[in-house]
Design a binder for this molecule. Sequence first.
Ligand code: NOJ
Length: 744
Amino acid sequence: MKVNKSTILLLTFFFLFISKNIFSQSTKTNEQRVDSVLSLMTQDEKIGQLVQFSGGWDTGAQSTKPKTGSEELIAQGKIGSFLNIIGAQTTKDLQKIAVEKSRMKIPLIFGLDVIHGFRTTFPVPLAEASSWDPALVQKSARMQAIEASSAGIHWTFNPMVDIARDPRWGRIVEGSGEDPFLGSSMSAARVKGYQGNDLSANNTIAACLKHFAGYGGAEGGRDYNTVDFSERTFRDVYLKPFKAGVDAGAATLMASFNEIGGVPSSSNRQLLTNILRDEWKFDGFVVSDWNSIGELIPHGVAKDLKQAGELAINAGLDMDMEASAYTKHLGELIAEGKVSMQTVDESVRRVLRIKFRLGLFDDPYKYCDTEREKNSVLTKEMRDVSHESAQKSIVLLKNENELLPLVKGKKKIAVIGPLGNSTLDPLGPWNQQGDAKQVVSLLQGIKNKLGGDAKIIFEEGCSLSGNEKDRFPKAVEAANQSDIVILAVGESLDMSGEARSRATLDLPGVQQELAEEIYKTGKPIIAVVMNGRPLTITWLNEHVSSILETWFLGVEAGNAIADVLFGDFNPSGKLPVTFPKYVGQVPMYYNHKNSGRPHNPKDNYTSYYFDYSNSPLYPFGYGLSYTKFLYSNLKLSAKKISTSDQLNISVDVKNNGLYDGDEVVQLYVRDLVGSVTRPVKELKGFQKISIKKGETKKVEFTLTNEDLKFYNLDMNFVSEPGMFNVFVGTNSVECLEDEFELTN
Ligand code: NOJ
């Protein structure tokens, strides 16, 4: 065709006209706008929307710039999204290319792993789950969204909602532990925090539920490993927090690396389409994990990248993160009829839908305000929320003779251990742009608390994982010169997280030997344990007076721990995951099945370890306070209910100690006889309440038929009539108990 001046003018006018109309709010619904954009796109432009590249060279924001050549690809409409590119200005420069130079002017979406903070580091997710405080967790996610969005980020690859029953798996730190009910409530809280009430606001970001699904079930706790469990367990346990996140409005999900029963998630149509879209009515998009489409080849379900792309898109995987399968092969696959245009259109529609919901078509630069960026990071408000979250994430595991809280008098204190003055490790894994210079170490926190009044000696004693013991004598001397020892032990920040599986759960290196030497001095010891997973701190539990589980608490770690040590904050955290005594006991979780031969000490042929015990070191839901809570008066509104009734359950909780305190009151049930076996206990509710010393509070729960449903013998999600036990208590073991009957 001959192109003359007037044709060019006409075309320019036409494009200006459509871009004004399809992108402007006008009276059209988002869906109509999505359809109008889609109807104008070429096949290559459609494929481009399904492609995501990383700015850095690896899976962290190592570089804030795109790879060479990316600008050209953006201008050609061949990239729909980036990850690992940050900064209001950098993202603005790239966005400008997309909306000014590409034909369709479709804005890019920038994603990033904002897992527990962007520049202000909050406690790691497992720690925040220990708060059992969804409102707080939502507030923390809100802060993270405000900070990240100011640096050009539209979308976080979080929350990680994988149920994890095996602490050897390093990624247990990124989630909310072992329980589907607690996990669901944390999942919904984080989604609401990131996305706020209005996804199109400039300080909200899209959430991404990951890793869909079953990734936490890796055999042997080894990252990326095979997963194989029944569909029933998958649905009753592993899928629950995903469903909760979808119901809370999560915009996206990420397909996991693992296979389940022979089907890798990235090619799992049953999961990505039948369950997610058909059953749950999810209308956002699914992104792959890093090269997880390419990994269909080593998994052994695709012979090459082309076939991998075919399997993935036909399964319902919309966006390809870094495998280049869609860029390289989707065109051919369409031409060969292996992928229909309808399938591609549907994926593009989902991506566009989220871009519209984020308001990117209306203002592609809304996240690119450099002034806002400067003023939004590491603000006092961020630090305050991080501090509050850190206080509430701490779990008091032991407190013999009420050694804690310490009085703030003129005591001589020895802070001993490799984590005593670390400013790096409290950041934890996946700390994004966390900065050790911003972190208050434990030692500094204690100094801040005590001012000049106290004599504080610090000795590292040993490194975190080395074998040298040459500094033991100095540490022992420091202990001898002091009235009390605060022993800071645990893991370094990079011992948990992705690709950080461990075959042991002990304190690494010679840390326990250091503890044993300090113990010989006879000084009272308070162990402060920092770690990203349950550790087998069995020796510590048997020997030291007090233990604080502090996980990795972020920038305010030292201040928060000092608040607890010196009684300015009464600990209220509860474990979201069981602590085993020995690594050989794992996987160990409270909501297990009874088996046909539950352990009976009087009968040899029952299910137990003959060399060690069956009991955990600390059970799920466990955590002490400086005060004592007494439970009494468990009452059920009826002994029999029908499926249309609700059961009211109440209990009196008395604060019988010397301090005001917060308690997490936990409700569990057991379905005694079912068409399939049921767990010995299942969390069905919890309430965190403040009780003044001497005060008694009545705590009320309601149970409905919905709470009693599970996948029965025919895989129908129903309740079944029969007897149920009800347990209400301070953890999954110490409970008051009653029962009721469910009738038809
Ligand atoms: C791999 C991880 O599995 C995933 O959680 C993360 O979001 C992506 N890399 C992107 O960094």
